[in-house]
Write a protein that binds this ligand. Structure first.
Ligand code: SAH
Ligand code: SF4
Length: 339
């Protein structure tokens, strides 16, 4: 029988597994703490667990681990980690420092199937989903290197296209016996898979970010094929219905692309679209990459857009392009080294 990877289990899953071995369920908490609070990578480290129980576990289970193959440091402090997975595929995680409140951006898939026209990750298509263990192991590995305050699922992949691994990963991240992140410090970002947004909300309490990126169905469908399945009206209704952690807002991400969606008319439509959704807007000036014809907006267009939202009392930040010198900025992750 194939051995189970303990890092694929939520606490409830581990309890069921352990009672299936004929052992007391309460031991699951102990093991869970060893994995995520003490960062144990082997059974022998679990010194307060009886030898007999440890060897029973060892016979049927393994503890997987990831070590970064490469760590690149940007001049601005951003760090990019490349992880080689067991089958040779690779994913990246990016740590973004912000006055001591480090945010870790993790990947949920190798590549992405959603095909957004502006995104480098998307241009490679989907290789495969990550397992829960591969998702949480990114966090284990980066925490060994740097403190981590917030987690965002904004690396490679569409997290809502891999809910069966992402929901357990969020549970492990926010479990008081696991990583202990507050639900307010974990954010899942989506391009707008409407039924899966509802499913995520039913499964876990977590922040939601929506990559909106356009204010008309015409433009959105042009740059985000997902919009042909779930157009704006349905999408915004799903946002409104999403059960956020208390006192939280939906993050509306808006990649500003020159001439395409950066006009004052767009800013006006955006304000109207989100007027009845508790939200804050992140403006992300498009990061150019080879093989993509879109251009970054002018500083003037960024300022005009930003100011219009501010004047309408929308909470808005313009995200500075962090880590672009090491290809770690939004939409620049491709899971391999620069040629
Ligand atoms: N698939 C999810 C999460 C990963 S993408 C999603 O789409 O939300 C993370 C963010 O990077 C998204 O908001 C996306 O719109 C943005 N992005 C993608 N390519 C970009 C680029 N070239 N420049 C700036 N932002 C980009
Ligand atoms: Fe996939 Fe998100 Fe990139 Fe779209 S923006 S292709 S959903 S990773």
């Amino acid at each position: 029988m194939e051995k189970k990877d303990l890092k694929n289990f939520t606490l409830a899953g581990l309890e069921a597994y352990i009672s299936g071995l004929g052992k007391e369920r309460f031991r699951a908490k102990q093991i869970f703490k060893w994995l995520y609070q003490m960062d144990a990578t082997g059974f022998s480290q679990m010194t307060n667990v009886s030898k007999e129980f440890r060897s029973a576990l060892e016979e049927s289970a393994v503890i997987s681990n990831l070590e970064p193959e490469v760590v690149e440091a940007s001049q601005d402090g951003t760090r990019k980690y490349l992880f080689r997975l067991e089958d040779g595929a690779a994913v990246e995680s990016v740590l973004i420092p912000d006055e001591g409140r480090n945010t870790l951006c993790i990947s949920s898939q190798v590549g992405c199937a959603m095909g957004c026209a502006f995104c480098l990750t998307g241009s490679f298509g989907l290789s495969r989903n990550l397992s829960t263990a591969e998702i949480v192991n990114q966090v284990c590995a980066v925490k060994r290197d740097q403190p981590v305050r917030n987690i965002v699922f904004m690396g490679m992949g569409e997290p809502l296209a891999n809910l069966s691994a992402v929901i357990p990963a969020v549970q492990i991240l926010t479990d008081p016996d696991g990583f202990q992140f507050s639900t307010r410090k974990v954010t899942v970002s989506t391009c707008g898979l409407v039924p899966e947004m509802a499913e995520l909300g039913r499964g876990v309490t977590v922040n939601l970010a929506l990559s909106l990126n356009a204010t008309t169905d015409e433009v959105r469908s042009q740059i985000m094929p997902v919009n042909r399945r779930y157009p704006l009206q349905q999408l915004l209704a799903a946002c409104k219905a999403f059960p956020l952690p208390s006192r939280r807002w939906i993050t509306i991400e808006y990649v500003l692309i020159r001439y395409l969606n950066d006009t004052l008319e767009d800013a006006k439509r955006l304000v109207r679209l989100i007027s009845n959704i508790p939200s804050k807007v992140n403006l992300i000036p498009f990061n150019e990459h080879a093989g993509c014809a879109f251009r970054s907006p002018t500083q003037e267009a960024i300022d005009r857009f930003h100011k219009y939202l501010l004047d309408k009392n929308v909470t808005v930040i313009t995200r500075s392009s962090r880590g672009s010198d090491i290809s770690a900025a939004c939409g620049q992750l491709k899971g391999r080294l620069d040629d």
